[in-house]
Structures are given as structure tokens and as C-alpha cells.
Design a protein around this ligand. Structure first.
Ligand SMILES: NC(=O)c1ccc[n+]([C@@H]2O[C@H](COP(=O)([O-])OP(=O)(O)OC[C@H]3O[C@@H](n4cnc5c(N)ncnc54)[C@H](O)[C@@H]3O)[C@@H](O)[C@H]2O)c1
Ligand SMILES: Nc1ncnc2c1ncn2[C@@H]1O[C@H](COP(=O)(O)OP(=O)(O)OP(=O)(O)O)[C@@H](O)[C@H]1O
Length: 357
């Protein structure tokens, strides 16, 4: 694809990210590509995704230089602009990022010469019983070095409906939407509805709805399933529910998950991809559903999700299994798969994956 305008989202607190940003700017200058910094951490009030991409001149490629948090910020901007997003790995975990920092020039060449795959990833959006607001005193409490907060989501004027259906919010989440207790010592009580039907009423620290991409983030930490990012669905996971039924439920991509704060409950915070964006009072609800738009993530080769899971999460093998033998590669990679396997997605085993456990 032709790249004319690059938007840079840089983890400014990390020297390697700042250095890699210089490389991207130099590449852009050499190729006559406009490059704008999208300053998501500027002092003072934060802007909406639309305002940020407008001020950066509608980039068609967003390059993120940082970790997963930086990638999530870039993904929000890319989704708003229908741009591609390329994540350069300069973080602690880097589960979502694709390219190691030394390969950033090569990656930009590959995008320019169309030697890439574009992976389409599901995003979540929201309706709510009312506009989301964050009480002013909360920002002061939360400014522990994480920069200014994003504003509450804007109401979308392009999909109004009768008040029974709530207000549509201008939200795109790549990972998850979380409803969490606001006071430290009191759980929230929330009724959970799948496809409009009551599943159960929960008393819990938090309740979250994750995409397959987000299944390896907070949902994973709360005991939820790991879901291939190639799958479609909404993962509902309760966090420390005080009840017998504590499992995740995976809903179909066209089944919304709604969360209503019960009348006697305390208030609840709503976080979108790890950013606090609103507070719900008793009686308020949010409905989380698959967004019509998708994230377009740049991939330089076939995605090796399970290899990445083992490597980045440092999965360890059972000591007894280690003593009992080596796990050799499952299938040869030198011959094409037989006809009955030909329709399956089996990415080639990378050079170092033949390691034994
Ligand atoms: N207990 C928890 O694990 C917990 C609590 C709150 C939020 N979160 C997650 O943090 C995300 C925001 O990330 P952040 O980096 O801005 O916050 P952060 O700095 O608090 O990071 C949370 C951790 O999750 C990792 N992470 C983020 N997205 C991931 C993904 N899709 N797969 C695997 N790991 C992932 C990050 O690398 C980091 O190690 C939220 O969307 C939420 O899922 C996790
Ligand atoms: N552009 C920036 N300038 C200054 N500080 C930043 C910037 N981006 C993030 N930070 C700070 O760095 C810390 C980690 O941020 P965040 O978790 O979003 O980073 P990340 O990209 O996910 O990297 P990591 O993988 O290390 O978590 C936060 O305290 C945040 O305030």
C-alpha cells in the first residue's frame, strides 16, 4: 500500500523508543513521507482519538514505539482513522507488538513495497444507559505518573435510537471493557446479560468483556481462557466473584454482553483498554458488543500466536514432563501438508522453535 502519512506514538519515557522514533523520522524524510508525532501524553487535558488523528493530519499508518500500552494507544487512533498500525517492540512484555526495534527500517520498507499481511482484529464498542462521566476529583487520585486521563467517550450522533437502547459511545477497545468496584473494600453487584438474557447477578471485584486479543491480558490474569486472535467472540470473565459460578463465558461475535449495576451496589468504574473512562452509579448499565470497524494490524509474516504465548508468557513445562523426554517439533516443515490438512492454518515453525522442553 502507498504510505503517505505516518503517525508516531512514542513511549517518551523510554530512551530506546525515542531513538527508534528518530529512525522512523529519518526513513520518512528519505522516502518523502510526511511524519507527525501524535502526542498522546501532552500536558493538560487529553484529546479524543478523532482530535488526535486530526491534529496529526489523518495518518494512514500509525507506528507505535513502546510496549503493549503504547500499542493500545496507537490502535485506538488507527481504528478511528481506518489506518494500519505497526507495533515496534520496546516494552516489558510486548505481547501485541510485532517488530523488534532493530528491524524497524526493514518493516517500513516491507509496508511500502506491500510485502506485508494485514491482520484484521475484532474491536469492542459500547452503548450505555447514559453518557459516561468521571468525577473531577478522581483524576487527581489517579495521576500517579500515568499522564493525563483520556476524556469520557463522546456520544455518537450517527446511531441514535430510542432511549430504551441507551446512547452509543464513540469507543473502540482492542483488549477489553472492565466494570470494577470503585471503593477498595466493597464489591460491585452487577447483573450480567448475554444476548439480552440474564445470565446471573454477580458480586465481584470486577467484571470484564474481552476480545480474543484481550484474552491474554486482564481476562487471562483472572483465570479466563486464552483465545486465538483469529477466533471471533466476546469473552466474559468475572474477577474474584463471591459465588460458586466463577467461569468465563465465551459469547458469539453477534451476542452483546450487558452489565447493569444493581440498585444497592456501590459505584463502579468503567475502563477501556486499561484507561478509566467513566463511572457507573446504581441502575446504570453498559452493553458491550463487536464494533462494526476492525483493527488493521501490519504483519510481516504468518502469525505464530502460540509460539509467542509460550515465549512471552514464559510458559514453563512440568518438571516431571521435562524429566520424561523431549518435545520434538510435531510436523515436518519441509513438505507440503497432506490434502486433509491443507485447509488448516499451520504457520511454518520458526528456526528456534525446535527447542525441546
Ligand atoms: N491484573 C491484570 O493483569 C490487569 C489489571 C488491569 C489491567 N490489565 C490489562 O492492562 C491492559 C492495558 O495495558 P497497559 O499496558 O496499558 O497497562 P499495564 O501497564 O498495567 O499493563 C498490563 C500488562 O498486560 C500486558 N498486556 C496488555 N495487553 C495485552 C494483551 N492483549 N495480551 C497480553 N498481555 C497484554 C502488558 O504488557 C502489561 O504487562 C488492559 O486492557 C487490561 O487488560 C491487566
Ligand atoms: N510517551 C510517554 N512519555 C512519558 N511517559 C510515558 C509515555 N508513555 C508511557 N509513559 C509512562 O510509562 C509507564 C508505562 O506505560 P505503559 O504501561 O503504557 O507502557 P507500555 O508501552 O505498555 O510499556 P511496558 O511494556 O513497559 O508496560 C507509565 O507510567 C506511563 O505514564
Amino acid at each position: 500500500m502507498t504510505v503517505n502519512r505516518v503517525g508516531l506514538v512514542v513511549h517518551g519515557g523510554r530512551a530506546e523508543a525515542v531513538a527508534a522514533a528518530r529512525t522512523v523520522r529519518a526513513w520518512c524524510a528519505e522516502h518523502g513521507v510526511r511524519c507527525a508525532d501524535i502526542d498522546v501524553w501532552q500536558e493538560g487535558a487529553r484529546h479524543s482519538a478523532r482530535e488526535e488523528v486530526d491534529s496529526a493530519g489523518d495518518p494512514d499508518l500509525i507506528v507505535t514505539l513502546g510496549g503493549d500500552g503504547t500499542f493500545l494507544r496507537g490502535a485506538r487512533l488507527a481504528a478511528e482513522n481506518d489506518a494500519l498500525v505497526l507495533g515496534v517492540d520496546l516494552g516489558r512484555v510486548g505481547f501485541l507488538t510485532e517488530v523488534p526495534a532493530p528491524a524497524v527500517r526493514e518493516a517500513l520498507d516491507a509496508v511500502r513495497e506491500e510485502r506485508i499481511n494485514i491482520e484484521s482484529r475484532m474491536l469492542l464498542t459500547l452503548r450505555a444507559s447514559c453518557r459516561l462521566e468521571v468525577p473531577t476529583q478522581m483524576e487527581a487520585l489517579l495521576r500517579y505518573g500515568r499522564g493525563p486521563m483520556l476524556p469520557p467517550p463522546r456520544v455518537r450522533s450517527d446511531c441514535t435510537a430510542g432511549s430504551d437502547w441507551g446512547v452509543a459511545l464513540d469507543v473502540t477497545a482492542l483488549n477489553d471493557v472492565v466494570v470494577e468496584k470503585l471503593s477498595r473494600d466493597r464489591q460491585v453487584s452487577v447483573a450480567v446479560y448475554l444476548a439480552g438474557r440474564l445470565l446471573a447477578c454477580y458480586s465481584a471485584d470486577a467484571l470484564l468483556v474481552a476480545t480474543p486479543t484481550g484474552s491474554t491480558a486482564y481476562s487471562f490474569a483472572a483465570g479466563g481462557p486464552v483465545v486465538s486472535p483469529r477466533a471471533e467472540g466476546l469473552v466474559f470473565t468475572p474477577v474474584a466473584p463471591h459465588m460458586v459460578f466463577n467461569r468465563s463465558v465465551v459469547a458469539a461475535p453477534d451476542e452483546p454482553v450487558a452489565l447493569r449495576v444493581l440498585q444497592g451496589s456501590g459505584q463502579a468504574a468503567v475502563s477501556i483498554d486499561g484507561q478509566l473512562r467513566g463511572v457507573l452509579s446504581p441502575g446504570d448499565w453498559i452493553g458491550v458488543y463487536a464494533a462494526p470497524r476492525r483493527l488493521k494490524a501490519v504483519r510481516l509474516g504468518p502469525t505464530d500466536f502460540y509460539g509467542r504465548l509460550r515465549e512471552r508468557m514464559h510458559l514453563t513445562d512440568a518438571p516431571a514432563a521435562l524429566a520424561d523426554g523431549d518435545a520434538a517439533p510435531l510436523w515436518p516443515v519441509t513438505t507440503p501438508p497432506p490434502a486433509d490438512l491443507a485447509h488448516l492454518a499451520l504457520p511454518p515453525v520458526p528456526g528456534d522453535a525446535s527447542r525441546t522442553c
